[in-house]
Design a binder for this molecule. Structure first.
Ligand code: UDP
Ligand code: MG
Length: 322
């Protein structure tokens, strides 16, 4: 069965339409499914609508969070509550094309692929300033070299093994897009065009976006900390050159009394301070990584000497029912 997780925040104009369009497409393609609406503390009539739909339609489950926790939390609530053999994440505004869900499901069904990842072919209508910042953002996140995040989106189909692996990640500050690529597994990409939102407005204010970016950069990369270290090293090099120059002037040229000492002290202390800040930052980033208590590795599959296969902790569905 396929679980479709749909985070919904103030989407009263969309939920019914989304449910019927997605439901129709999946039934047409004879895919067993459940729609899981996660109402993320909406202030409008979203909850009334989804709960009424859930009462009528056995394919629909509606869940309501106690307040607006943000899309990330809604996604993870959905991952924990879904019961499918695989799950796909869909935006309530249908900016992710439902036809692609079928394509993703078929790829998963053929086997051998645990994550089918939607990559944006085009980014839809977007403010160029946002576009620039989002490019920079993904560059930074990807700078650790572990993750390839270019044009990544939340539009992903995950096998049960991956869902369990994500549910086992104990951290509180989650970033689905990056975490679902951090867990590894066999991934295949499909490309899609982002449709325009037809009903309602984007739920992201500029402030929310900035907070999201800062949160995720600090969760996923320590690159900004290294910038201080680099500055420290650069100032130190400059301080050596200027220091030699100042000393030369003091002994062989003409310099004001006292000035060489001030210059040299300034340069040295500032470079030392910056450098040590960088070092401290480095340790902080290690502490941060440790307290996240992520699993050290995730086992997908084991083949033993006698040919017996064993499932990784996260692969219990792999050879069982599917
Ligand atoms: N969303 C949510 N909680 C929030 C903000 C958004 O559950 O605090 C949901 C929203 O209902 C939609 C999806 O996340 O289903 C994507 O939101 P939106 O379309 O506003 O984002 P955009 O497409 O502009 O990035
Ligand atoms: Mg949208």
């Amino acid at each position: 069965m396929l679980s479709v997780i749909i985070p919904s925040y103030n989407e009263e104009g969309n939920v019914e339409r989304t449910a019927s369009i997605v439901g129709d497409i999946l039934r047409e393609n004879k895919i067993d499914y459940e729609l899981l609406f996660i109402n993320d503390g909406s202030a409008d009539r979203t909850w009334e609508k989804v709960s009424a739909m859930a009462e009528k339609d056995r394919h629909i489950t509606a869940v309501s969070l106690s307040r607006n926790f943000g899309k990330e939390s809604a996604i993870f609530a959905g991952l924990e509550l879904c019961s499918g053999d695989c799950a796909v994440l869909l935006d309530c505004d249908l900016q992710f094309p439902p036809e692609t869900v079928v394509e993703m499901y078929r790829i998963w069904q053929q086997g051998g692929v645990d994550i089918v990842e939607g990559r944006k072919k085009s980014r839809g209508k977007e403010n160029p300033v946002y576009k620039g910042f989002s490019l920079l953002f993904y560059k930074l996140i990807g700078s650790s070299g572990e993750l390839d995040m270019e044009n990544a989106s939340d539009f992903k189909l995950l096998d049960r093994a991956v869902i369990d692996a994500l549910n086992a990640m104990p951290e509180r500050l989650t970033f689905f897009r990056a975490m679902s690529s951090w867990v590894g597994f066999d991934t295949k990409k499909v490309y899609f065009d982002v449709a325009d939102r037809e009903i309602g407005d984007s739920k992201w204010s500029t402030g929310k976006l900035i907070r999201f970016a800062v949160n995720n950069i600090t969760s996923f990369t320590s690159a900004p900390l290294q910038i201080v270290t680099v500055f420290g090293v650069v100032t130190f090099l400059i301080s050596i050159i200027l220091g030699v120059n100042t000393l030369y002037n003091k002994f062989f040229g003409n310099s004001e009394a006292g000035f060489p000492t001030v210059i040299i002290l300034q340069l040295l202390t500032s470079s030392i301070i910056m450098f040590s800040l960088g070092v401290i930052g480095y340790y902080i980033s290690k502490i941060y990584e440790e307290i996240k208590q992520r699993p050290r590795y995730i086992i997908k599959d084991v083949v033993k000497k006698n040919g017996e296969r064993e499932l990784g902790r996260n692969s219990k569905h792999k050879y069982g029912g599917k």
